[in-house]
Design a protein around this ligand. Structure first.
Ligand code: G3P
Length: 218
């Protein structure tokens, strides 16, 4: 499973990159607004930090023509830009045109397997089902992701599934169990994935015992 970090904060991206953990970055207007920088400055900094990894930047126009224009401009910011397009009828028109132009797209705000089927048929590079927001309203987000994976397998659709709106480590575990292509994970959840109290307790005992036994390797 590829791991993307779902943030626009450069310090978080740098840390996750230093841990050797990330395969891509996803942002959205909300995350960019939390970066503490003007959006373009934040976007350029991210693109330069991970020049070989896909970075999703989202359009804000709501018309197909407007989204296409924005997508073409955003694409000029770096060769690793992926254009995030909301799942609307206008967005779908834009995805079709951009796919034909060879611009990578990530169809976002996906909440049903049929939306994902359509995005895949139109040639989206990635599709982003929001599992946490579905859980919030009493649905099963993981079930949605399982359905999308199955439908894509049924029809040989090559669009990669990005499990998005991940809230906690158990979401990540369940995504891995069902074999989702990519999980885009908030930085704090990545940190939690690396921590286990029994590891800390175990290490502290090993170090104490090594001292008591006078073990010195170098
Ligand atoms: O990348 C978009 C998605 O992950 C948003 O998550 O937490 O705002 O539902 P959230």
């Amino acid at each position: 499973m590829k791991i993307f970090v779902d943030t626009a904060k450069i310090e978080e991206i740098r840390k996750a990159k230093d841990w050797g953990l990330i395969d891509g970055v996803t942002t959205n207007p909300t995350l960019l607004s939390q970066s503490g920088k003007p959006w373009k400055e934040a976007a350029l900094e991210i693109l330069a930090e991970v020049p070989d990894l896909p970075v999703s930047l989202e359009v804000i126009d709501t018309t197909a023509q407007g989204m296409i224009k924005e997508a073409r401009e955003l694409s000029k910011l770096g060769k690793n830009v992926v254009i995030k397009i909301p799942f609307t009828t206008e967005g779908l028109k834009a995805v079709k045109v951009l796919s034909q132009e060879g611009i990578k797209t990530n169809v976002t705000l996906v909440f049903s397997s049929l939306q994902a089927l359509v995005a895949g048929k139109l040639g989206a590079t990635y599709v982003s089902p929001f599992l946490g927001r579905l859980d919030d309203i009493g649905h099963d987000g993981i079930l949605l992701i399982e359905e999308i994976m199955r439908i894509y397998e049924n029809f040989g659709i090559e669009t990669e599934v990005i499990a998005a709106s991940i809230r906690h480590v158990d979401h990540v575990r369940r995504c891995a169990l069902i074999g989702v292509d990519i999980a885009t994970i908030p930085f704090k959840v990545i940190e939690q994935m690396l921590k286990h109290p029994l590891t800390d307790i175990g290490l502290s005992k090993f170090i104490d015992d090594a001292k008591k036994a006078g073990i010195q390797i170098l």
